[in-house]
Design a protein around this ligand. Sequence first.
Ligand SMILES: O=C(O)CCC(=O)C(=O)O
Length: 274
Amino acid sequence: MNSYKLAICQMKTSNNKTVNIQHAIEMIAEASKNGADVVALPEMFNCPYENRFFKEFAEEYPGETSKALSKIAFDCGVYLIGGSIPEFEDGKIYNTSYVFDKSGILIGRHRKVHLFDIDVKDGVSFKESDTLSRGNDITVIDTEYGKIGVAICYDVRFPELSRLMALKGAEIVILPAAFNMTTGPAHWELSIRMRALDNQIFFAGVSPARDENASYISYANSMVSDPWGRIIGAAGKDENIIYVDIDRSLIGKIRQQLPLLNHRRTDLYKVGIL
Ligand SMILES: O=C(O)CCC(=O)C(=O)O
């Protein structure tokens, strides 16, 4: 398939896990009705983004949330990048994204590899490592629409990770995320467009809708960049679904004209394991 329709669900989250799951299911069903082939949810879509909730909302695989995601992927016949949820395993909690194919089979699982431990003067402070453990895998998943890389939020800030996904063949990176009102306006769009541009891939950031009453306010502004660094879909701050047509042939065309990956000086420097 040379092109496909990607739906980005910029959903509102609440303090009620069951309500959040049901709401995600409704948005996925709506996206599918509108022709989406691949649907993506935001980071921690079943849980408020706060350390004290991660433990309470965490679940093992398979659990309430992952079962519901698998079923709706099957019912709608879509690939589903299931945002992320707090996942419990062997006494640890991870920030985990499950990916299901059109039959509802789990085909990938990304555990956030860079934990968000920051303290910005007069701005945002957060320490995920108070509750979460980090994953150790680079996640690139085979689909009928080509390889899809998955990373989570703060992972976008580490260019080596996106580069490694691109070198492993990812044509798009989907990033469930929840930037905030300090770093969002400063760095969100810039990061998405740069990771797209420096790897000449599509890059999609998927955020929760903004809730001014939440203790951690999401910047929202889900958006998708094409491999030229152009924004081809943007959601603003409120709850909505945006749709973008991903024309995979654009990657080859741009890389032919501007062969950045071929021009790397791998005799001078190397990135990671490739
Ligand atoms: O990198 C940032 O500024 C935001 C990261 C974040 O909110 C997260 O990793 O959950």
